[in-house]
Design a protein around this ligand. Structure first.
Ligand code: FAD
Length: 518
């Protein structure tokens, strides 16, 4: 017999060996000896009150063995001689499109402008230490896409839970810790992601797929509204059946290309703002109600904040406990910040994007002249502004949180995890009012919600601009572009995902759509 029950432990009980079995036996009124296994299905932390609990959803196996934990099998076939599907971009969307093609018996040919995970590291070092931005290999471009050197938070708001579980199990299949199947807020960590991404690539190649790095797609040959070939930067042309376009939201050249070719695009609302960085111990002490170090059983504390200010949402985005702020620019002349963390989340800082919703129809009328690309041009202008304010390198403009709200230039800044360095700048007057005034309102409200959050010990750093795509590439119910047969816009760049898991799920969906009819 199997019983599904909920249990909880305190910080004192948690380390006791066999505590869940003992608690389950007591809860069910049976002897411990009758329990063959207690399988944890979900684990979360409840720190809302002074006593912190670990909440568990468990399956208790009574007088019978526990089954294998996986619900999914991945039936990869040899596709060396199968029909081809071309996939542009090897981020989460492209990777999971390729894996799904193999399961369905089609040969994925992946074209990725960036380098493999190992070679990519050199370019990350160059941007951090020498302020050199390689336009094809950076924190957004290269093997694994923007998801590789990221936090690897696997949280998604997607309601398709079955699909989410399938992706989680596939990540475990390719080497992720099984803990991600259990944790309420699973994450992998930037130190573990490159190996996982490499395993996925090796598996694709093992089953007959192809993955080409340093291979940038620069044009499409379209005849009679059908995509016939893709043209590479080196001039090569590849004939295609179906193309999954999974180039992410930082591939602005792809948006420009589609626009130039008069292929339909739509402007889309998005969000922009700054990244905030606190010492991690401040966030721990607020969330765990402690004055000194957090208990060693507790992970670096996270937060999620949202507030309506003057009719627009102001919210925390991609919060990275125990993490680093990184330079996520994809072209020279811009400063873009983002966050990542290692699996142990043991760095001294907590950072998060704090962004303001930009309503594309109402908020940036001066950019209407750019038509469907107006959001993209607005993003670009703010990134250029940050570049100039930082001193025209990857040094980012920054201000103490309280100075920003009080409208004062900071005479000194707090220490930071952002390797290229910070320069004090009057972000309160530099940021457009649309964003700056709402951020000020948001920060004050966040200080009321989390006592201690609003502090001069936090820096805000500009700009957090790549939260989601400012452009949508339309597609029909069959996931094909309404005007171009054979083109399947996919993932975050198409406007169909926001994060690693939703991009991966969309990759699978696009593969299923792309193989029909060829
Ligand atoms: P991308 O990951 O952007 O991949 C697109 C790929 O296409 C890139 O590899 C690019 O090189 C390639 N490409 C672009 N143009 C071309 C071309 N012309 N020819 C060939 N190839 C091309 N999300 C989370 O869910 N959790 C997190 O913790 C998290 N942390 C992040 C941290 C950082 C620093 C960054 C930058 C992002 C983070 N994200 C996180 C966001 C997440 O990485 C993205 O949502 C996700 O990677 C989008 O997947 P995608 O496959 O649609 O696009």
């Amino acid at each position: 017999m199997v019983r599904n029950i909920q249990l909880r432990t305190t910080l004192l009980e948690e380390p006791i060996k066999g505590i869940l079995t003992k608690k389950a036996a007591k809860y069910l009124g049976i002897p411990v000896s009758e329990i063959t296994a207690v399988k944890v299905d979900r684990k979360s932390i409840d720190a809302r009150k002074a006593t912190i609990y670990f909440n568990y959803k468990v399956s208790v196996y009574i007088k019978e063995p526990a089954p294998e934990s996986s619900n999914y099998t991945f039936d990869y076939k040899d596709v060396s001689n199968a029909k081809e599907i071309h996939i542009i971009g090897f981020g989460p969307a492209g990777m999971y499109a390729a894996l799904r093609c193999i399961e369905l018996g089609y040969k994925p040919i992946v074209l990725e402008r960036g380098k493999n995970v190992q070679d990519r590291r050199r370019d990350l070092k160059a941007i951090n230490q020498e302020h050199i931005v390689n336009e094809d290999s950076n924190y957004c471009f290269g093997e694994g896409g923007a998801g590789t050197y990221s936090d690897g938070k696997l949280y998604t708001r997607s309601l398709k839970r079955g699909d989410v579980r399938r992706i989680f199990e596939n990540l475990v299949y390719h080497g992720a810790t099984e803990q991600i199947l259990i944790d309420a807020h699973p994450h992998i960590g930037t130190n573990k992601l490159p190996k996982l991404v490499q395993n996925i690539r090796e598996n694709i190649i093992k089953y007959g797929g192809e993955v080409h790095f340093d291979t940038k797609v620069v044009d499409f040959d379209i005849q009679n509204n059908t995509l016939k070939a893709i043209i590479l930067e080196n001039g090569d042309e590849m004939a295609v059946n179906s193309v999954i376009l999974a180039t992410g939201h930082s591939a602005r050249d792809i948006y420009y290309l589609l626009h130039k070719k008069e292929i339909a695009l739509q402007a889309k609302s998005f969000a922009m703002g700054v990244r905030i960085e606190h010492p991690q111990h401040i966030i721990d002490s607020i969330q765990y109600h402690c004055s000194g170090e957090r208990n060693e059983l507790l992970p670096a504390a996270a937060y999620s904040l949202v507030e309506q200010v003057k009719g627009r949402g102001v919210y925390s985005f991609c919060m990275c406990p125990g993490g680093f702020i990184v330079p996520a620019a994809t072209a020279p002349g811009e400063v873009v910040v983002n966050g990542m963390s290692p699996s142990k989340r043991n760095n001294l800082y907590a950072n998060s994007g704090i962004v303001v919703e930009i309503n594309i129809d109402e908020d940036i009328p001066k950019y209407n002249k750019f038509g469907v690309l107006k959001g993209l041009e607005y993003q670009k202008d703010l990134e250029k502004l940050a570049f100039t304010a930082g001193g025209r390198s990857q040094v980012a403009p920054a201000q103490r949180l309280t100075d920003f709200v009080d409208g004062k230039l900071s005479t000194s800044l707090n220490d930071t995890s952002y390797q290229p360095g910070l320069k004090s700048a009057p972000l309160h007057s530099l940021l457009p009012k649309l964003i700056g005034s709402r951020l000020r309102g948001g920060f004050k409200a966040f200080g009321d919600k989390m006592n201690g959050y609003y502090t001069s010990e936090a820096n805000i750093i500009g700009v957090e601009s790549r939260t989601s795509s400012p452009v949508n590439i339309p597609r029909t119910e069959k996931l094909e572009h309404p005007e171009i047969k054979g083109l399947f816009p996919c993932g975050e760049g198409g406007g169909y995902a926001g994060g690693i898991i939703s991009a991966a799920m969309d990759g699978e969906r696009c593969a299923e759509a792309a193989v029909t009819g060829i």
